[in-house]
Design a protein. Structure first.
Length: 607
């Protein structure tokens, strides 16, 4: 669940539920999606949250794909464990682990948008932990925190059961002295002492310890607690102190992070791993990704900027753009070309004598196709110049996914037995340009970076703008699929026939090749819409970050030709049925409001 869907749902639904019910609803929902065939790939597509390779690190014998992990406070029932692996986390904490099912525990509560946890923290019975670890494919390291009241006999059972599945344990100082110090041989996992940052003492020395986990300072409120304000500052000081005393120890923090900037500061202070806690709930599931991008922006400042060539990708977009302009010219003038007349056995003048609205209807499909091609050309050019050239892997995926769908659309042209040789020749000329652009983009594998470090108003408004653009891209794709399906099946909708004032049978009697010509235009227009919809969707999903003004410009300028052609052609020929045009009006509304809401975040330059 990306931030652009999480925050609207949080405001409308989750904040009206109890903290526990809201938590379990969202975790079960995400886990259900992740459990479906292709569900994990869908989560990856929507969020694009995989950590950059540059952030991978090895601690002991364990490889962490990211230094950002999730605290066990967030998912004590382990109900979202499968989905969290797809949200950019490098590791997961489970616990506090107890041997037996605990007595009923107090639920967390929400007070003034602050989550308060019971002093009797929700515990994870060993049976539940083993069930999840055995049934789920676990692709990230797991760190298990022991309940502070676990005794020596319980520890032996827990250790025996969890050791094959767990990469590290978090214990109290007493447990470390009692359990770990008595181990006859070194186990193949790490042992960390759990400490509160505000209670940190000097002179901690345990020969069997690999490091510490520093919990954010808390404020007690009756039988509940929450993180203190400025917990991040306290954690930073504790991390620095611990690194000075024990430079070889692994230092992990838990909590105290609600913004990318706070995550970066802990990383820069020397924290080897950072676990997100209540700040993750407030900021949203995109927080790990945003911290990755903030860290990457600092690393990129000290490294030379990698620029890739994008000439062939640019030429591909330019060719699509010029093809659309040429098609638009013909749609406004001749409408049907000489080879269309040869196939039909009718001239343009003869068609006008039969029914002038037939040519007007064909013009409306061809103008709409031309406008869509022009929009697609602009988006391809922008992705080439600003995405592929900047070594962005996501831009390469967006560019080539849409291009391949566009090429496959040629097979829809022959749905009714008419192959437009000019279209075929155009694609044939375009194919080598595309193949060269594909080869050119092969080494493009960079990860995005962003200097945006806060959860400010511009960011929150931008999430709603992003949601509208995602909806825009999705509905354009659905519209393209529907139009393509109509083009290769019944060809016309009822409002089309009302405008032409003829039935399909009447058209067929005039000329049995007329419907195939109309069908090939319609199917081609539908496939072009699918391709452009994919470009808008992937730009919206993966390109949104502060200062990415080219993304805003791409959608603002790129969508205009399609909308102008889509509405203008209907006005031009007098086909103004409100119901027929209602989907286009709805898309324009999404487009305009999306531009307004996303303007502050995309057009504002990072400081």
């Amino acid at each position: 669940m990306p931030d652009w869907s999480y925050h609207p749902m949080k405001r409308v639904l989750l904040d009206k539920m109890s903290a526990r019910k809201g938590r379990e609803f969202i975790h079960h929902s995400m886990n259900s999606i992740a459990s479906m065939p292709g569900g994990r790939q869908l989560i990856g597509f929507l969020g694009h949250m995989k950590p950059p390779d540059e952030l991978q690190k090895k601690i002991g014998n364990t490889v962490y794909s990211s230094p950002i992990g999730l605290s066990g406070h967030i998912d004590p029932k382990l109900s979202g464990m499968l989905a969290f692996q797809e949200l950019g986390f490098g590791f997961l904490e489970i616990g506090p682990i107890v041997l037996k099912e605990p007595a009923e525990q107090e639920d967390p509560i929400r007070e003034n948008n602050t989550i308060l946890f019971s002093n009797q923290q929700e515990k994870v019975p060993l049976k539940l932990a083993m069930k999840k670890l055995l049934n789920y494919p676990i692709n990230v390291p797991v760190v298990a925190r022991l309940d502070r009241h676990v005794g020596e006999r319980e520890w032996e059972v827990i250790l025996q059961q969890l050791i094959p599945f767990v990469d590290a344990f978090i214990l109290t100082e007493e447990q470390m002295d009692t359990f770990v110090s008595k181990q006859e041989e070194r186990l193949d996992c790490a042992f960390y002492i759990g400490l509160h940052a505000e209670e940190l003492e000097t002179g901690i020395n345990h020969p069997h310890v690999d490091g510490v986990v520093l919990d954010a300072p808390c404020r007690i409120n009756g039988g509940y607690w929450c993180e203190k304000q400025h917990a991040n500052d306290s954690l930073i000081q504790a991390v620095k102190q611990m690194k000075m005393e024990h430079p070889d120890w692994t230092v992990i923090t838990s909590g105290g992070v609600e913004t990318p900037e706070e995550g970066l500061k802990l990383h820069q202070a020397g924290a080897d791993l950072v676990m997100l806690s209540t700040g993750y709930v407030n900021a949203g599931p995109g927080l790990p990704k945003r911290i990755h991008e903030r860290i990457m922006s600092e690393q990129n400042n000290s490294a030379p900027k990698r620029v890739r060539t994008s000439h062939w990708s640019f030429f591909f977009g330019l060719a699509i753009l010029f093809g659309g302009i040429i098609a638009f010219f013909f749609a406004l003038t001749r409408i049907i070309l000489p080879y269309d007349e040869v196939f039909l056995g009718l001239t343009r003048a003869e068609l006008l004598q039969v029914n002038p609205r037939i040519l007007a209807f064909m013009s409306h499909d061809r103008m709409a196709l031309a406008g869509t091609m022009i929009s697609g050309g602009i988006l391809y050019i922008q992705l080439a110049r600003n995405g592929i050239r900047a070594n962005m892997h996501w831009a390469k995926i967006a560019f080539h996914s849409a291009a391949i769908i566009g090429f496959l659309g040629i097979f829809l042209f022959i749905g009714f037995g008419y192959f437009d040789w000019l279209h075929g020749l155009y694609w044939l000329i375009l194919l080598p340009v595309y193949l060269l652009s594909l080869k050119e983009a092969k080494p493009v594998n960079g990860s995005p970076a962003s200097r945006h470090g806060t959860n400010d108003r511009a960011w929150k408004l931008g999430l709603y703008g992003q949601l509208l653009f995602v909806m825009l891209g999705f509905f354009i794709i659905i519209g393209g699929i529907v139009i393509s399906a109509i083009g290769v099946t019944k060809v016309f909708v009822d409002t089309d026939l009302s405008f032409i004032c003829m039935t399909p049978e009447m058209l067929d009697k005039i000329n049995n090749k007329l419907i195939p010509v109309i069908a090939h235009d319609r199917a081609g227009f539908g496939s072009a819409l699918v391709s452009v919809g994919l470009l808008v969707l992937m730009l919206s999903l993966w390109g949104f970050r502060q200062g990415a003004s080219w993304v805003w410009n791409s959608i603002a300028i790129g969508a205009l030709p399609a909308f102008i052609a889509g509405i203008g052609t209907h006005l031009y020929i007098g086909y103004t049925d409100f119901i027929h045009l209602l989907p286009v009006y709805f898309l324009v509304l999404l487009y305009v409001v999306g531009l307004i809401l996303s303007y502050p975040i995309l057009k504002r330059k990072p400081k």
